[in-house]
Design a protein around this ligand. Structure first.
Ligand code: FAD
Length: 401
């Protein structure tokens, strides 16, 4: 017969969601040899956020590392690896995550230059650290004003590199922050020496004779000479293996409240899954570690104990830490914004109120108890009659709910 192995459970992908799913399988009891993880990466699943700020490997699991799956057949329930092996499953958990968007996808060449860095996996992180160390005291251009851009800029500054951030939006963290919240972080970064060039994009690089980038040319005509470039311009979910086989939505694999896709033997978790967010009554694909961990655990519970497992009921949660700053956000950033606290100090926040209900909460510099309070309040979606009163009560409102 053809070369192959068979497992009851196969987790495709070796990232955060895969690691948490494996831990949950082991916690609930899986027999030796029943579960297999296939990952393109040469290492066991690890905590990805720690790359910009340990391994998650339980025992008794078949690890197929350094192995890319190149095709999947959900009717035959098989995966074909790049090494030519067929791996079959009864239940498949797709945890393929996402990949960094490349500059080439925006018409700019140069991603392969030795001093242009992306950051998604541990190989990227090692490379970035090496490049950063070789540029100490020099200049870096950070392309992109999202999480990766903001967190890498802070790390570069801490490592004595002069940083210019370039992004097309009017302010940093544009998908989440309001202009007012963003200004707090941008002002802090400016005090740390970061230069911001907003409202324009990269148009090309200048290279030296060795192919190293020496300058970044912007569409507004600016030329920035630089020793290195960090690119954080977003991610694209890894759905390619399943296009035409599973229903997709929001760029990801559409799943139900049990994290089950349009094929009942295939589940999807983490960044690649588009799941129903009960609290808001719509389907979302989140690119955050908390939803990767929790969707992983929920999928395993749904697989092993379906009768005892309800629908996934997830409160969206995002956070970041840079320099000595630290914020958390829960819920949805739609509707009217009510600010509280002192933006000239170290603790402040905001609420989002939509259709008469609190739907989102942000807090910078809170205590553990305060973060728990805004999470709890947001999940309850309390009715808000008077925005001025909410503003007067500030953080006290969440603490009292
Ligand atoms: P991933 O962790 O990306 O794992 C996907 C895995 O699938 C990888 O191992 C990949 O190699 C493998 N794979 C894909 N295709 C194939 C294939 N065809 N064959 C074999 N293997 C395949 N989130 C936060 O909420 N807060 C943070 O502070 C934060 N910081 C972050 C910092 C960095 C530097 C990065 C990169 C991300 C950060 N995130 C953060 C996001 C968080 O890490 C992701 O949401 C999380 O990793 C998603 O988990 P996942 O398992 O879905 O995908």
């Amino acid at each position: 017969t053809e070369m192959g192995r068979a497992f009851v459970y196969v987790i495709l992908g070796g990232g955060v969601a895969a690691g948490y799913a494996a831990l949950e399988f082991v916690k609930r009891g899986v027999s030796q040899g029943e579960l297999c993880i296939i990952s393109e990466e040469p290492v066991a699943p690890y905590e990805r956020p720690a790359l910009s700020k340990g391994f998650l490997l339980p025992e008794g699991i078949e690890l197929v590392l350094g192995t890319r799956v190149k095709s999947a057949d959900v009717k035959r329930k098989t995966l074909l690896t790049a090494t030519g092996e067929t791996i079959s499953y009864k239940i498949l958990i797709v945890a393929t995550g996402a990949r960094s968007l490349k500059l080439e996808e925006f018409g700019v060449n140069g991603s392969d230059a030795e001093n242009v860095c992306y950051l998604r996996d541990v190989a990227d992180a090692n490379r970035l650290v090496n490049v950063m160390q070789s540029c100490a005291g020099g200049n870096a251009v950070v392309i992109g004003g999202g999480y990766i851009g903001m967190e890498c800029a802070a790390s570069l500054v801490i490592n004595k590199t002069n940083v210019t951030m370039v992004f097309p939006e009017a302010h940093c963290m544009a998908r989440l922050f309001t202009p007012k919240i963003a200004s707090y972080y941008e002002d802090y970064y400016k005090l740390k020496g970061v230069n911001f060039i907003k409202g324009t994009v990269l148009s090309s690089f200048d290279f030296d004779s060795n192919g190293k980038v020496t300058a970044v040319n912007l569409r507004d005509g600016t030329k920035l000479s630089t020793d290195m470039v960090v690119v954080g311009i977003g991610i694209r979910p890894n759905t390619g293996l399943f296009e035409g086989q599973l229903t997709l939505e929001k760029g990801g694999i559409k799943v139900n409240g049990m994290l089950q896709s349009s094929n009942s033997s295939v589940y999807a978790i983490g960044d690649v899954a588009a799941f129903p967010v009960k609290l808001f009554g719509d389907t979302r694909r989140l690119e955050h570690v908390d939803s990767a961990r929790k969707s992983a655990r929920h999928a395993v519970a749904a697989i092993l104990e379906p009768e005892k497992t309800g629908e996934f009921d997830y409160l969206p949660f995002f956070y970041s830490r840079v320099f000595t700053l630290s914020w958390q956000f829960y819920g949805d950033n739609v509707g009217d914004v009510v600010y509280y606290g002192d933006m000239s100090g170290s603790t402040f926040g905001a609420y989002w109120v939509s259709k008469g209900h609190l739907v989102g909460s942000f807090l910078e510099g809170g205590t553990k108890e305060e973060y728990e309070a805004i999470a709890k309040a947001t999940r309850l979606k309390p009715e808000i009659e008077d925005l001025d009163e909410l503003e007067r009560q500030g953080l006290g409102f969440a603490v009292k709910v």
